[in-house]
Design a protein around this ligand. Structure first.
Ligand SMILES: Nc1ncnc2c1ncn2[C@@H]1O[C@H](COP(=O)(O)OP(=O)(O)O)[C@@H](O)[C@H]1O
Ligand SMILES: [Mg+2]
Length: 577
């Protein structure tokens, strides 16, 4: 990989010195060849008399077997001399990425503590989690040429611009090498196609694809009401669906009615869950009128299950004047827009009357105890299925939390949340708060974003700052455009000391050389923005910034499996179209 920084001198200690050394070694090798061959010919008694004579007839008329042996010995000697020269030249060419010489100003070996393979393995062994692997692979330290891992206690955030290798270099490797249950989100088919083959070898694969991104039919379904075991969970699910709305969903909805709308939606979710109804019952209850014929009364269900207060609230809402009632019910309905699309309903409600539906139901509690994979696919924009995607992520997280509580505080096998394109696909308001404690429970959160602005849009400025401060590993790569963030990051990477030499001429004509030492940013904002492909800067808890080489999955020993998987699933789609 050759890449240079146009507006700056080569960083000190860079490839140039190595190149000069290589050329010098080559010249020396040539000289040695001439001298030794002449010497060897003399030893063989060929009697050239002088180097000139030898140069004119090197294998001249009297060339002998002894001289051939001598020449062979010389060739071997020469190869021994040239090999290091060739190695140095090749090495210098390989590390001509302009960022790499700067790595030595950033972190020391101590900063890698806990992240090297040996440390990660030790940590995984202590947690009894080796069946999942040694840790979550990050890449290779540029300064020390060692592979780095996130331990099973560390949450991660990756911010890399579009086409920066988030999927190929991060998500694919982390998903494929994880031996425990894994949940993966994406708005494109790439991650699914690349990893489904290798993940099928680990466990069962569940694909949730309501928008037909990979054209996976609804061969299973999940009942969101199974998640509603408490009123608190109903409120959380409504908050998630509120955040998942697109501008199209909220047009005509008055924010004034938001709190009451949320409360109504949560109340009705509790009623549906307790009454054994399906989620498709909600629109019948959100008309703003008394329940029609054949529709069970949510107030009765609530009373029968000990939620008398909630039943009373429903009563009150029905007695509001029409304007207010429409406002509250309209807001509540805006959380359930996804119910209008039968493709989506097929994934979250039983077919027919329920009894006819032989499809298996997804069970988050069983999932977190398995080594299965759940793929969640959703596109951004109007009609996004991110309400379903987000709800499934939340349900699996809750199941993992329950499992950790039942297992002495930590999931026995770490559960990986590989949230690629998270801002588009997983609008889960709780996520920032979970960053501080998920790791300790053996739940690994990996949020992958294109920009910090995307994170702020999805979780709010406060929420994203919280997430950013609580994460154990924050990695940034190429293609970031937000100047404020780049300035912060540049400061966090820190300064290096540069020596300036200055020549001054005194009054009497004598010259003096002065040396000044000054601090200079290791990476300026402009440098950070232009990070080359395959390089990222990792900020790990308690360590100085680390320059990371991210690794394309094709460089992994199992890379061919991912490639084969991609070909297989991409071809399957072409056939079906
Ligand atoms: N077969 C391939 N081999 C090597 N690099 C590839 C291949 N296909 C795409 N790329 C490169 O990988 C990058 C895109 O990777 P991807 O992981 O999809 O990015 P992101 O997820 O960040 O948008 C692009 O720079 C593209 O040129
Ligand atoms: Mg991607």
């Amino acid at each position: 990989m050759v890449d240079s920084r146009p507006n700056k001198q080569a960083a000190p200690g860079g490839g140039d010195a190595a190149l000069v050394l290589g050329i010098v070694l080559l010249l020396l090798g040539g000289l040695v060849l001439v001298v030794l061959t002449w010497g060897a010919a003399a030893i063989a008694g060929l009697g050239y008399g002088s180097p000139r004579g030898w140069l004119q007839h090197p294998t001249g008329p009297r060339w002998s077997g002894t001289a051939t042996v001598a020449a062979g010995c010389e060739a071997v000697l020469l190869a021994g001399l040239l090999a290091p020269a060739v190695w140095v030249v090749l090495r210098s060419r390989r590390s001509r990425v302009w960022t790499d010489p700067l790595a030595r100003y950033m972190s020391s070996r101590r900063d890698l503590a806990g992240m090297t393979e040996a440390d990660a393995r030790q940590d995984a062994a202590r947690k009894g989690a080796l069946s999942a692997g040694v840790g979550v692979p990050l890449g290779r330290s540029v300064a020390f040429h060692v592979a780095l891992f996130g331990t099973y206690e560390w949450s991660q955030i990756w911010i890399i611009g579009t086409r920066g290798g988030k999927t190929r270099r991060i998500a694919v490797r982390q998903l494929v090498t994880h031996g425990g249950p894994a949940i993966s989100t994406s708005n494109k088919r790439d991650l699914h196609d690349l990893t489904r083959g290798p993940r099928s070898e680990v466990g069962h694969v569940w694909v949730n694809d309501p928008q037909e991104i990979v054209r996976e039919p609804a061969v299973w379904w999940w009942n969101p009401l199974t998640f509603i075991t408490t009123v608190e969970r109903a409120e959380k699910l409504v908050a998630l669906w509120a955040a998942s709305r697109t501008s199209e969903d909220t047009s005509g909805v008055d924010p004034y009615f938001e709190p009451e709308g949320r409360s109504l939606a949560a109340t009705l979710l509790v009623a549906a869950a307790r009454g054994g109804e399906s989620i498709t019952r909600l629109p019948d209850w959100l008309t703003g009128d008394e329940p029609g014929p054949g529709v069970p009364d949510p107030r009765e269900i609530l009373r029968a299950h000990g939620f008398a207060m909630m039943a009373k609230d429903l009563d009150k809402l029905l007695r509001l004047d029409k304007g207010q009632r429409d406002g509250v019910y309209g807001t509540a309905m805006s959380f359930f827009r996804f119910l209008r699309d039968p493709r989506y309903v097929d994934w979250i409600a039983p077919r027919g009357a329920g009894v006819l539906d032989g499809r298996p139901q997804f069970d988050p509690a069983a999932f977190v105890r398995s080594t299965d994979t759940l793929y969640l696919l959703s596109k951004e924009g109007p009609g996004s299925a991110r309400a379903l995607t987000g709800a499934l992520v939340a349900a699996v997280f809750a199941a993992a939390e329950d499992l950790s509580e039942q297992s002495g505080g930590r999931c026995p096998v770490p559960v990986l949340f590989e949230l690629d394109e998270a801002a588009n696909v997983c609008r889960w308001p709780e996520l920032p708060a979970l960053y501080s404690h998920a790791g300790g429970r053996g739940i690994i959160l990996v949020t992958i974003l294109q920009s910090a602005a995307q994170g702020e849009e999805a979780w709010g400025r406060m929420g994203f700052t919280k997430m950013w401060s609580a994460t154990n590993i924050l990695s940034v790569g190429r293609g970031l455009n937000d100047a404020d963030n780049l300035a912060d990051l540049s400061r966090l990477v820190g300064d290096r000391q540069v020596r300036d030499r200055s020549l001054s001429t005194g009054t009497r004509g004598h010259r003096t050389v002065g040396t000044q030492i000054r601090d200079e940013r290791i990476f300026t904002e402009a440098d950070l923005r232009a990070l080359p492909n395959g390089r990222a800067i990792v900020f790990a808890s308690g360590a100085r910034a680390i320059l990371l080489e991210t690794i394309d999955f094709t460089d992994e020993p199992w890379g061919w499996k991912a490639t084969a998987s991609q070909q297989h699933y991409a071809a399957a789609v072409t056939e079906r179209v």
